[in-house]
Design a protein around this ligand. Structure first.
Ligand code: NAD
Ligand code: ZN
Length: 365
């Protein structure tokens, strides 16, 4: 069928909206009409080739839409179903079977491989094939073929123009907190980076009952907004040493911390700001090969734990409905992070995300 898609062609270059051909969905796929798609920092770094997804490519991995066709092997979906799209996973490897599909041993190939497992690509135009199946979905398109394992059915009255970011950015921050760090009521949490991922982590910490929530960033407006959304303390790490500030606020160190920046010195600050036997998690993405300083001499005695977390270590089919329920209950107001853009304005959405004016852009088709 014919559709329109935003195509990434080269690093640091605007996406091009093109008329493209979409092939038929395979037996394990759904064809989905995308209603809206979030823009994540990961789309920008893949456009810029930090991860070598073959270009040209249709990116986008926070899609929400309506099922239009169902592959012959797919169960549990029918045309007309509303879906939020998460990453693809194989469902059969030891990590998937152990309940950790975001650590699927085939995760990289399925989500960053540039096409299906058999090497085919869904999109093409006069200039040739265009990479598809980014995070199993390539949602910067009016229609796309998605791996059914990544799709999450949501209620008929679900607001699709809002929910796409639950499939990545919002799930990542909130899942790292709720599934991995698991702060107890009354505990202390520090979040480095107040982008959409960090703010989602903050809202989750609040929902979990953490009573000291410290947000660290270098952009004053974002820190102010974090306070408005429920942070108890903010630290501008351009002006103040965040390790000292966190130790002072918490009386010695924070119990749980999240690094959403992927900046090596910030990761080091996170490890040093933790309390004895504290737990820190990294979700911020860095170029492959990036190393961060880690004081193994001093920190041995601290008993701290560090986790590397993909997509909040969630099972999207279980976790996304819980986030929708928390949002409906008013305890997870992630809609406050979002701003809508028309498809034609997708490059403005990328620019506003990069320069910090919009936390979570959502492209509405
Ligand atoms: P974002 O760019 O909106 O937010 C990053 C924040 O970090 C910004 O507010 C920025 O000001 C702040 N920051 C940058 N340098 C800093 C420094 N030196 N000290 C303090 N703060 C600093 O991005 P986002 O959408 O919130 O995503 C955060 C990260 O998570 C990205 O790297 C993204 O690629 C990654 N990500 C990872 C996963 C995963 O599965 N692990 C999933 C989604 C996104
Ligand atoms: Zn993402």
């Amino acid at each position: 069928m014919k559709t329109r898609a935003a195509v990434a062609t080269a690093p640091q270059t605007d996406l091009e909206i093109r008329d493209v051909e979409l092939d038929a969905p395979r037996a394990d796929e759904l064809q989905v009409r995308i209603v809206a798609s979030g823009v994540c920092h990961t789309d920008a770094i893949v456009r810029d080739q930090w991860y070598p997804v073959p270009l040209p490519s249709v990116l986008g991995h926070e899609g929400a839409g309506i099922v239009e066709a169902v592959g012959s092997d797919v169960q549990g979906f029918k045309a007309g179903d509303k879906v939020v799209l998460g990453p693809a996973y194989c469902g059969r490897c030891e990590q998937c079977l152990a309940g950790h599909p975001m650590f699927c041993v085939n995760f990289y190939d399925r989500n960053f491989g540039g096409g299906r497992a058999d090497g085919s690509k869904s999109f093409s135009d006069g200039s040739g094939e265009i990479s598809s199946h980014f995070f199993g979905q390539s949602s910067f398109a009016e229609h796309t073929n998605v791996v059914a394992s990544g799709a999450v059915k949501v209620p008929d009255d679900a607001p699709l123009d809002l929910l796409g970011p639950l499939g990545c950015g919002i799930m990542t921050g909130s899942g790292a907190v709720l599934n991995v760090l698991q702060p107890q009521p009354g505990s202390s949490v520090a979040v480095f980076g107040t982008g959409a991922v960090g703010m989602a982590g903050m809202l989750a910490a609040k929902a979990a009952g953490a009573t000291t929530i410290i947000m660290v960033d270098i952009v004053p407006e974002r820190l102010e907004f974090a306070k408005e959304l429920g942070a108890t303390h903010t630290v501008n790490s351009k002006e103040t040493d965040p390790v000292e500030a966190i130790k002072e606020i918490t009386g010695g160190g924070v119990e749980y911390a999240l690094d959403t920046t992927g900046v090596p010195p910030v990761f080091a600050q996170m490890t040093k700001s933790l309390a004895t036997r504290g737990h820190g998690a990294l979700v911020g993405a860095a170029k492959l090969g990036t190393e961060a300083p880690f004081d193994i001499g001093t920190l041995l005695l601290s008993g701290i734990k560090i986790s590397m977390v993909v997509e909040g270590d969630a099972v999207p089919q279980e976790f996304i409905p819980r986030l929708i329920a928390l949002h409906a209950a008013g305890t997870f107001p992630f809609d406050r992070l979002t701003k809508s853009y028309a498809f034609e304005d997708i490059n403005q959405a990328f620019a506003d995300s990069a320069n910090g004016t919009t936390l979570k852009p959502i492209i509405v088709f």
